[in-house]
Structures are given as C-alpha cells and as structure tokens.
Design a protein around this ligand. Structure first.
Ligand code: GLN
Length: 345
C-alpha cells in the first residue's frame, strides 16, 4: 500500500517536472498584443509625430501620380481577430501600384501552386531598382521575384482566364476579397500609365524573349498596368495585409481568400524584396514582411497578430513612402510586432 502511494507520488513528481520543462520551453514565445487602448495610442502617436514630416517627393514618372496630394496621410491596423484601429485620412484613394504584385503572386500560387513562381521568375532579391533591365539580363529573367516589375508582369501573364476580360475580372475580384469590398480602377491613373509604360513593355518583351511569358507580353503589361491603377484607401490596404497576417482568411469578412499553406512563402518574398533595394534595411529595422507602392502606400504584416497600412505619397529615393516607413516602424515597435523578437527566458 505504502509502496504504491510512493510510486504514485514519484510519478506525479515526474509529471510536474515534465510540465515545468514544457512551460519553460513555451516561455520563449512572442508576447501577446497590448490592449485596445495601447494599440490606439501607438497609432495616434505615430500619426501626430509624422504629420509634419515634409521630406520626399511624390512619384512623377507616371504623370497622373505627380498630381497626387502630398498631404494625404492615413493609418489603419487590423488585428487577426478583426479589430480595426485607425488615424487620419481613411477616405482618399491612391493607386495601389506595386502593392498589387503581392496579390497577383498569391493568385498565381493559388491557381498553379507555389512552385510555379519559384520555377518561373524565382524568389530572390535582385538588389536593383524595381524596373531594372540589368536585373533581367543578369540571369535571363530568372533568379528574381514577382515583386519587381519584370517578374510581376510575368506573374500577371500566368493568371488563368479565357481572354483579357476574364483574366482581369478574376484578378480584380481576388483583390476585392482581400480588401473586403469591391475595388475599382482609377481610370485617370490607368490612362496616364498606359500612355507612358514603354519601359515596362520593354521589360515584358525581354521576359518573353527569355521564355518567362507564354502568352502576349503586351497584354500581360496592359493587365499589369491596370492592376497597378486599382484605387485603395488605408483601410482597404490594412484589410489586405491582415488577411495575410491571418493565414489567408480575411479577419473582417471571415472569408478564406488565399491558400493558407502559401502565405509563409508569400511573406518570405515580401521580406526579401518588398521595399525594393531597401528591403534589407527595412527588415533589419522592423522584421516585418512588407510591400510598398509608388502611389504612396505601404502594407506590413506581423504574422498571427496584425496587418497595417499607411498611405502618404511622398517617397524616398528607393520609391518607398517616407511617413509610412516611420509610422509603421514605430507602431510595430510599440506593439511587439517584430516576429523575430521573442521574450527572453
Ligand atoms: N506601376 C508602377 C510601375 O510599373 C509600379 C511601380 C511601383 O509601385 N514601384 O512602374
């Protein structure tokens, strides 16, 4: 009797010890998000801190973008449980520009599997500007990624559909599901960019010549130009980012949009190449997969926690919104957004 009791207690000591070890191991997890008031305070502070920042210049290589109001400044953050926090201008739409490349890449991965983009344009940083011809020449259109223009146009060329309209509608619907509302094209931006996109046409021709575009390269360029002209506000972009933070399910609408298994790979390409040739600096500073567009938006993703977007058109030399970088870095820092930071044991 006594013996069996002591055996039992020895077993429970063993169990306790195991539990303790497990607790210590899980102790190195990421910290939870702070409460709602702290999240709102971080956003309000970043909004105020950078409202007066007047560095940078709006993009002018696309005539319609030169007319954009540099004062537009909006911040939105959406958590993976669908809570929304905002500051500033949430109404004004800018063109999504290069941020669209993430969602076209996601669509191609959904339709043709993640290996398709790996095999076609690659998943490596080019270290060059986003519309570099040198980057295409270096590896004959391979060893790059779907977030720089040549890889992005090739990705658009991979979207499935019977004809131009079918491809375009399927792409726009896909973007709209990420945003949680029906998005539309800013026609003046589309027209202006379509009249002046000879360099992108040249990139597409080279990608075609090297076998990375199968269909009509000029059609791929035109659909790409249209996708870059989709109008978005800060709230739309934050919903799109939060859908990625939430493994491909839109946390606001509750609808699954992208294949969950593809999301880590999408985030990996964003981390490597999302802010063009300044992607390393950005990742070093924040640890966040992100994507910028010359319309002035940046989205960033804290996996499992939140998606954030800031719109502010003035850009730095690499083509990234200056206020957006500052605001996102500060807010993420205040909320423990960096996925590489774990609590010390
Ligand atoms: N539509 C723009 C272009 O092709 C997108 C560039 C960008 O946002 N970096 O030049």
């Amino acid at each position: 009797m006594n013996r069996s009791v002591s055996l039992l207690s020895r077993a429970s000591v063993g169990l306790l010890a195991t539990l303790l070890v497990l607790c210590c191991m899980t102790g190195a997890a990421r910290a939870a998000l702070p409460d709602a008031a702290a999240i709102q305070a971080a956003i309000d502070k970043a909004y105020e801190d950078y409202k007066g920042l007047e560095e940078g210049a709006v993009a002018d290589y696309i005539p319609a973008l030169a007319k954009v109001d540099p004062k537009v400044y909006g911040i939105a953050l959406v958590t993976t449980d669908g809570k929304v926090y905002t500051a500033g201008d949430l109404k004004t739409q800018v063109s999504i520009q290069s941020i669209s490349k993430v969602f076209t890449m996601a669509k191609v991965m959904d339709e043709s599997g993640p290996q398709s983009i790996y095999d076609n344009m690659g998943v490596d940083a080019t270290g060059q500007v986003f519309n570099s011809i040198v980057a295409v020449e270096q590896y004959k259109g391979a060893e790059m990624n779907a977030l720089v223009n040549p890889g992005a146009i090739a990705a658009t060329g991979m979207v499935k559909g019977e004809n131009y309209d079918a491809i375009w509608n399927s792409l726009l619907n896909y973007y709209s599901e990420f945003a949680g509302r029906k998005l539309t094209v800013l026609e003046d931006v589309y027209k202006s960019e379509a009249e002046t996109n000879q360099r992108n046409q040249a990139l597409a021709m080279l990608m075609y010549a090297y076998g990375h575009i199968e269909g009509d390269p000029l059609q791929a360029t035109d659909i790409y130009t249209r996708q870059c002209s989709v109008g978005v506000n800060a709230q739309d972009l934050a919903n799109m980012a939060a859908t990625l933070a939430n493994a491909g399910k839109n946390p606001v609408t509750g609808k699954r949009v992208a294949t969950a298994e593809n999301v880590p790979e999408i985030l990996a390409v964003m981390a490597t190449a999302g802010l063009y040739d300044d992607s390393g600096k950005w990742l070093y500073r924040t640890g966040l997969p992100a994507k910028s567009g010359v319309g002035g938006g940046i989205i960033a993703v804290s996996p499992g926690k939140f998606g954030i977007a800031v719109i502010s058109p003035p850009l730095d030399a690499a083509g990234n919104s200056i206020r957006a970088q500052e605001a996102i870095a500060d807010i993420s820092n205040a909320l423990g957004g960096n996925p590489y930071v774990v609590q010390a044991r």
